[in-house]
Design a protein around this ligand. Sequence first.
Ligand code: CNA
Length: 244
Amino acid sequence: MNSLEHDRKILQEAIDSSRNVVFFGGAGVSTESGIPDFRSKDGLYHQKYAYDPEEIISHHFYEQNKEEFFRFYRERMLVLDAKPNPCHLALAELEKRGKLSAIVTQNIDGLHQKAGSKNVIELHGSILRNYCEDCSRFYDGTFVKNCPTLVPRCPHCGGVIKPDVVLYEESLDVHVMTKAMIAISEADLLIVAGTSLVVYPAASFLNYFQGRELILIDRNPEKEDERADLVLHQNVGELFGGIR
Ligand code: CNA
């Protein structure tokens, strides 16, 4: 048995012996769907832009330099054609079977819902939801993608259409945070995958876990966390490929 099969067997056993699994994920969950993460070697933070990507997606930058923000956002973040990978699909199946109660995600790509998951708690919002800053009308991701102007404008009032995505310096929605905390605190198995756990407050939600086992999955062989009972260094999509 190779290391992938071995780790998959361990993960399957942990799931089988749990009654309430919660999945906490980050950008690494979608790299196998072709969406780059932030902090891996091939991630967005290691690519060259006119400005530091971390600065571009901050609230003050959005307010001061909308053109540059939307140039980066359209090129790098507004990915609408990605497909769910085996991790997204296996999690949706586990929810259907009543094993998994919630997915808490830092991702904004909507791939868990595309895979069929229902209870997806999006800590950082979604590129699929967009609002006019002036009249609050709603627009989907395709509308923003196809908007002829670089800065998307509301056809009704001319206001700027802002993605419903939590930028750096912005607060998380209180109701969303509460749902995430409750879900994590009620889990007996918490699977944490594809996240560097450096973005706060999201990363601190792990502290609400009081269940039996916390399993961390990351492809970076150096990634560890003192809260984890077990660390599996695998590609999360590949690993979940055979999970039932
Ligand atoms: P991050 O800081 O980029 O960390 C990603 C982590 O995942 C790293 O530890 C990688 O080693 C690991 N990783 C990457 N690919 C895999 C893989 N296939 N299997 C296992 N591990 C892998 O991303 P975080 O999510 O921790 O940071 C939070 C930010 C990233 C959130 O605010 C997100 O909105 C934002 N983000 C989201 C997306 C998306 O929605 N798909 C993409 C890029 C960034």
